[in-house]
Design a protein around this ligand. Structure first.
Ligand code: SF4
Ligand code: SF4
Length: 430
């Protein structure tokens, strides 16, 4: 089986690649293995071959599956190759036209029956907290027993952040002082259930900056994990529902605090391009989507900042830096806090290995990348690691732990919140 006729990777876009190799040093899989077919250039060549009728063999699929979708190659490419569009089309083709082995299928089914559903994640919180408090979690990690049974399950266990009491965001939070607008807020799935403090901080910061915040409780998943895994019909279903929800909320902008979700929501116009009842609405929705740091810099901040004496290593989440081009805004916001010293991380363009569910499906390379990132983070000598994606926080924290190290971590918006409120930073997620 090769590609079918439903939106295969376009010949014109494939032809944009001039095989110069400028992207190779930033491609994490090429850096790890030095294999041409595990580089952007090699994958583009494979896409072209399959488009021309070569079979979608298991080894070809393996090269596509090994791609983290980090999009560092898009940033690095001087010819403007749209690898993001090409790999999205390819993943959807793989999902439709390739039968994975039973074990892989079962793992993917389990992941997609759990992560995009906040209620199911919420049901997990109790048992997971019990597991973490009982000391069993520490024992399992030390003994590496789970690692021997299933590396994916071990990765899932070690990535789960320490769970504290859930802090829920009300459906409406009123602006403090003069109202500058009304914004919708995406609650996310993992963010909502595993990092509720980040959502609470986001709502407080937006309100402090003069915005009414609407966070509809009925909102579901944005479809990011599904879209980035080629599950097109599922991603479209989630996208339509989210568009409906925020249209009803009547907001000026939809603010997102998770890089992976934001990048996927900005792709709704392409995702729903063939749907006559949603294509125009999707384009209008995309115009309103903003990452929280992008939004704050765009509207300008007014809430006074209190000093925070802390050194911060800022980690660029790939889906914020490479996919959305949001690099300067979080740095600008952090630098504006008196007393805060910002430090850059070496090889910042290279992915930490989280990449949505990549670290669950491909735990070994993900761990290698995570360990390299953790070393570079430690080398900054900073006291606090800051990033804007829950996946990156979990990935780097777990890598630090594997190296016997710990470091306080926070989302960008938690640092802003602490500064605005004149409080110390949230308890370290060590
Ligand atoms: S993707 Fe871009 S940078 Fe990489 S080989 Fe092709 S043209 Fe060169
Ligand atoms: S998306 Fe990332 S892993 Fe995939 S080819 Fe591009 S740089 Fe390599």
């Amino acid at each position: 089986m090769s590609f079918d006729d439903h939106r295969p990777p376009s010949a014109e876009l494939l032809a944009d690649c001039v095989h110069c190799g400028f992207c190779l040093p930033t491609c994490p899989t090429y850096v790890l293995w030095g294999e041409e077919m595990d580089s952007p250039r090699g994958r583009i060549h494979l896409m072209d071959q399959v488009r021309q009728g070569e079979p979608l063999s298991p080894s070809t699929v393996q090269h596509f599956d090994a791609c983290l979708g980090c999009l560092a190659c898009v940033t690095a490419c001087p010819s403007g190759v749209q690898y993001d569009v090409l790999i999205s089309a390819t993943r959807a083709q793989v999902e439709r036209n390739h039968e994975r082995p039973t074990g892989q299928r079962a793992l993917r089914t389990a992941i997609f029956q759990l992560f995009p559903y906040p209620r199911r994640l919420r049901a997990l919180r109790g048992p997971l907290r019990l597991h973490q408090r009982s000391g069993l979690s520490r024992l399992l990690r030390r003994s590496r027993l789970l690692q021997r049974i299933s590396p994916s399950l071990a990765a899932m266990e070690s990535l789960a952040p320490p769970l504290s009491r859930a802090e829920r965001v009300p459906e409406r939070v009123a602006a403090a002082g003069e109202r500058r607008g009304v914004v919708g807020m995406l609650l996310g799935c993992v963010q909502r259930e595993f990092f509720p403090g980040v959502n609470a901080a986001t709502a407080r910061v937006l309100a402090a900056e003069g915005f009414d915040v609407i966070a509809p409780a009925s909102q579901g998943c944005c479809g990011a994990l599904s879209a980035h895994s080629g599950r097109e019909p599922e991603a479209q279903r989630f996208a339509r529902k989210l568009i409906d929800t925020f249209e009803q909320a009547g907001v000026d902008a939809v603010v997102v605090n998770s890089a992976g979700c934001g990048s996927s929501m900005k792709e709704y116009a392409e995702l729903l391009a063939d749907d006559p009842s949603y294509s125009d609405r999707a384009a209008a929705f995309v115009d309103r989507v903003r990452d929280i740091s992008e939004f704050l810099v765009e509207v300008g901040t007014v809430a006074p900042r209190h000093p925070l004496e802390v050194t911060v290593a800022y980690h660029d989440a790939c889906h914020l830096a490479h996919a959305q081009g949001v690099r300067s805004q979080p740095r600008e916001l952090l630098r504006a806090i008196p007393g805060l010293e910002l430090r850059e991380i070496k090889d910042s363009a290279i992915c930490c290995g989280s990449a949505g569910i990549y670290n669950l499906l491909n735990p070994e390379p993900a761990q290698e990348l995570g360990d390299a990132k953790a070393k570079n983070v430690l080398a900054t000598g900073a006291a606090l690691l800051v990033t804007a994606n829950p996946g990156c926080l979990m990935q780097v924290t777990s890598s630090l732990e594997r190296q016997g190290k710990s470091m306080a971590t926070a989302h960008t918006v938690e640092v802003l919140d602490a500064s605005i409120r004149g409080q110390s930073l949230p308890a370290a997620s060590e």
